[in-house]
Design a protein around this ligand. Structure first.
Ligand SMILES: Nc1ncnc2c1ncn2[C@@H]1O[C@H](COP(=O)(O)OP(=O)(O)OP(=O)(O)O)[C@@H](O)[C@H]1O
Ligand SMILES: [Mg+2]
Length: 555
């Protein structure tokens, strides 16, 4: 058999392996740009805006600055645009500019457990790459940290080497602080649809009421989203990883990079909720001494530690690293932008996903006013998904938020046809690590705990809507009855006047007063319907069948 196969070989392994070659990360994403969100003309343009704006907001948040962001898109011809954006953030030190814009997997966020919009260190280098492969032109950056020196840099990416290729660099003196970016893009399209840059900015303004954002579209139309809150969100703080979320290889890598002298002190200094007492418990499970040098740990020793951790109870992760938008702020943003007739907002208590990462779900429902989405067929339901305050406009199908919304039986909350209702559903997940389904960061993985929390939030909001809805329905029914009774009161008054010989106008006045009085006090109501009972209506919770994991609990 072997001989036969050999006979049929056209090329041997040595020949085939002549093709063997290492690829840079940039090369990978150049070929697979859809992974970064560069697929489709509209989506590509929105992705560029998303990457630039999330970076500005992150930088301002960490520096404790109230963001002032300006975004302008100019048309330069057929499917050819220029994007100019600026922020008043902390600026970028000159020595880091080439890596920020010209190198993928480089940044200040990936290695930290921190609640920020960016987490990969790819975003803006992806913008440089997309601009360069569609126009052949460099990205232009102007930045200053406020030290009196302003830098203007033009750069491209050396795709094979995943590093910046500086085209020009200028330096001059001026007191200013912030970052400006200018890129040209081809093969992209601008429109005002719900997947376009305008909608992206509008949603960003809703979830970031502390930001003032100005947007100028290619027609020159300028929209200023004023801030509805002057409160700077608390700068996010990095939190240590929780032992329950750790895997063997993570532990090995961390141990190798540690400066600690002993495994015991490496464990207490690296992980949250790891006390000396917990280290002692681990010691009882493992076959080696935890006084050994962490850099000498073997893979199987790390495996023993991870198995020990599985058997030990730890306090759930601390939530001090989490900063939700807050009910008050969401409400003022919703009122400001959607001006609804009904709104309800809520923040759920913190929970953990994937074994060790804390998260919080915030949700809101707005009904009537400008809520919902305008389409050719009329107003439709609108879902606004966010992760750490950044809008998610694409890949809705595979997202935990969509799945949770679709799993709710909205009819029981008085929304018979939710698809065709003037309703906006807002969901934001706040976490030090958001489990996205791809590097394009537009969809949240369907983690069990996350799905459950979103459902709980939506059911709670649904119940509040139901109370409002029944009240409104009853008020409308009462008004309809009043009008019918009023209409017949004239005929009745005439009849009674004939029978009794009394003044018709007086009878009519008395009758109408009586009707108003009975309607007001709720005496004229349908059988079985009594005023005051509305709020007592109890809608049973959709059962979940699982216990909730409280943060105070041990995990
Ligand atoms: N406008 C800005 N002001 C200050 N620093 C910035 C700005 N834009 C980017 N940076 C810095 O550049 C780094 C790289 O940005 P990039 O968007 O590539 O990655 P990221 O934001 O860390 O993660 P992600 O790939 O998820 O967006 C950031 O981590 C941040 O430190
Ligand atoms: Mg980013």
């Amino acid at each position: 058999m072997v001989k036969m196969e050999k006979l049929h070989h056209k090329r041997d392994a040595d020949e085939l392996f002549k093709e063997f070659k290492e690829t840079s990360i940039t090369e990978f994403f150049r070929k697979n740009r859809a992974h970064l969100g560069y697929s489709g003309k509209l989506r590509s343009l929105t992705t560029v805006i998303h990457e630039i704006v999330t970076n500005s907001l992150d930088a301002c948040e960490e520096a404790g600055i109230l963001p002032e962001i300006y975004v302008e898109i100019n048309s330069l011809g057929n499917e050819h645009y220029r994007v100019f954006a600026s922020d008043n953030g902390p600026g970028i030190p000159i020595r880091h500019i080439s890596d920020v814009f010209g190198k993928m997997l480089a940044g200040t966020k990936f290695h930290r457990n921190i609640q920020l919009r960016g987490q990969q260190g790819i975003g803006v280098a992806g913008v440089t790459m997309f601009s360069q492969i569609t126009t052949g032109k460099p990205i232009k950056i102007r930045t200053s940290t406020g030290n009196g020196k302003v830098y203007e840099v033009k750069l491209m990416i050396d795709i094979a080497k995943n590093r910046a290729d500086i085209i020009s660099k200028n330096e001059y003196e001026q007191y200013w602080r912030g970052t400006e970016i200018e890129v040209e893009l081809k093969n992209v399209k601008f429109n005002l649809s719900d997947k376009g840059p305008f909608e992206y900015i509008r949603r960003t303004a809703i979830a970031n009421p502390h930001a003032r954002i100005t947007f100028v579209d290619p027609e020159g139309r300028k929209t200023v989203f004023e801030r509805s809150s002057d409160k700077i969100p608390k700068p996010p703080i990095a939190i240590k990883p929780h032992p329950k979320g750790i895997e063997v290889d993570d532990l090995l890598q961390m141990a190798k990079a540690s400066n600690a002298r002993k495994v015991s002190s490496f464990l207490t200094s690296t992980f949250a909720r790891m006390s000396n007492a917990k280290v002692k418990e681990i010691q009882e499970y493992v076959s080696f001494d935890l006084n050994k040098n962490p850099r000498r740990l073997t893979w199987s020793e790390c495996e023993e530690i991870v198995n020990a951790i599985r058997n030990i109870k730890f306090l759930a992760p601390s939530t001090e690293g989490l900063e939700p938008i807050g009910e008050k702020q969401i409400r003022s943003a919703v009122l400001n932008i959607l001006d609804p007739e009904f709104e309800s907002v809520l923040t759920r208590p913190p929970r953990v996903h994937s074994g060790g990462t804390p998260f919080i779900i915030e949700a809101a429902i707005a009904y009537g006013g400008h809520a919902g989405r305008n389409s050719k067929e009329g107003v439709r339901a609108e879902v606004m998904r966010f992760a750490n305050r950044a809008p998610l406009l694409f890949d809705a199908g595979g997202c935990a938020i969509t799945k949770a919304i679709n799993s709710i039986d909205w009819k029981r909350y008085g929304l018979k046809d939710i698809e065709n209702s003037p309703i906006t559903i807002f969901v934001n997940i706040v976490s030090t690590y958001v489990p996205y389904t791809s590097a394009g960061k537009q969809s949240i993985a369907e983690e069990k705990e996350i799905l459950k929390e979103i459902r709980m939030a939506l059911m709670d909001l649904g119940r509040k809507f139901q109370v409002y809805h029944s009240r409104k329905r009853r008020a409308m029914e009462r008004e309809a009855k009043r009008q019918i009774l009023m209409k017949y009161s004239t005929e009745l008054a005439a009849g009674l006047a004939k029978l009794t010989g009394e003044d018709e106008n007086k009878i009519l006045r008395d009758l109408q007063e009586l009707i108003e009085e009975k309607i007001r006090t709720g005496v004229i109501l349908e059988e079985g319907e009594k005023e005051g009972e509305i709020e007592m209506e109890v809608i049973p919770e959709e059962t979940e069948g699982e216990e909730e994991l409280e943060l105070e609990e041990v995990v």
